[in-house]
Write a protein of this length. Structure first.
Length: 305
């Protein structure tokens, strides 16, 4: 199993620079989130635009406290000319080499946006084209942690082959039945950390394309219904001929799914029934207590008569 995140993890939606009185709480909360994710044993975190709310220096410092890599393939430090974070990761899971990289959309920032001060967001398609070529020689499966937005994910899948799974962020579309575009599976879950998406993938035929198990199940149900229509006593010969052609169509589609890789996708709500790790819960309660204490008005000093 791999546990991955496509960004906008650390802060609320960015509107304007945070006032000074909110900076401390926001930074403490971001550190708490990283501590929690360390306990969850995350495998990789792709940078989103809102994760840059407190600027590059804060985020770089925060990454040093994480036990998992921060990934960003097209976010560069202007001063050094190098990627701000690790551009990609190759992880081996039971003999399968999985290449993971991350892209951030430059369209999410204004020219004067304080979040990208000292940073350059390079063109995603150009960076992806280069990285996919490099990862193909090192990986059996390539995953993109995308913070481009769902429309751009679809465009990228159309123009660039070789990315097997696009785990999309930012848009927060509820893709219970994710599309497959030119052999790229596009994943998204609703926003605000209220859901988790789980993709189960069976790689029986390396290099082959993918199909959603629900597609096969729907075709099989339709085929059963058509066969019942054909066997019905009330069907005319003309109708039976039409149903036989329909049956042949479903059988052909099912035949085409053979020797392709099957996947299923589940989106689970994170409700109160999902219990916290005890250590995470303890730290969350400590954070809340500090926040409540900090929000209390100062006690006025007594003046001597």
């Amino acid at each position: 199993m791999l546990v991955l995140d496509s960004g906008d993890l650390l802060f609320k939606k960015f509107i304007a620079p945070l006032p000074d009185y909110e900076l401390r709480e926001a930074s403490e909360k971001a550190r708490l989130i990283i501590e929690a994710f360390n306990f969850i044993h995350y495998d990789a975190f792709g940078i989103g635009d809102d994760d840059l709310t407190l600027g590059k220096d804060f985020l770089v410092d925060l990454s040093k406290k994480a036990t998992f890599p921060f990934l960003s393939s097209n976010l560069y430090d202007v001063e050094s000319g190098k990627p701000l974070f690790q551009p990609y990761l190759v992880k081996e899971v039971k003999g399968l080499r999985i290449g993971i990289f991350s892209l951030l959309s430059p369209d999410l920032f204004r020219p004067d946006d304080p979040r990208i001060k000292g940073l350059e967001v390079k063109p995603p398609v150009e960076v992806a084209s280069t990285l996919v070529k490099e990862l193909q020689s090192k990986s059996d499966l390539i995953i993109l942690l995308s913070h481009l937005g769902y429309p751009k994910d679809m465009e990228l899948a159309q123009v660039l082959a070789g990315i097997h799974i696009i785990v999309g962020g930012h848009t927060g579309v509820n893709l219970l039945n994710p599309p497959v575009i030119k052999n790229s599976i596009l994943l998204q879950t609703p926003s605000k950390g209220m859901y988790v998406g789980r993709l189960d993938l069976q790689l029986r035929y390396p290099g082959s394309s993918f199909y959603n198990v629900t597609t096969k199940q729907t075709l099989e149900r339709n085929l059963i219904n058509v066969q019942k229509r054909i066997a019905s006593r009330n069907v005319t010969e003309a109708e039976k001929l039409q149903w036989q052609k329909t049956r042949e169509g479903f059988e052909k589609q099912l035949e085409q799914l053979k020797e392709r890789n099957e996947f299923s996708n589940t989106i689970l709500p994170l409700t109160e029934q999902v219990k916290d790790h005890p250590e995470i819960a303890k730290r969350v309660e400590a954070f809340k207590a500090r926040a409540i204490e900090a929000s209390k008005p100062p006690i006025p000093k007594r003046q001597s008569p």
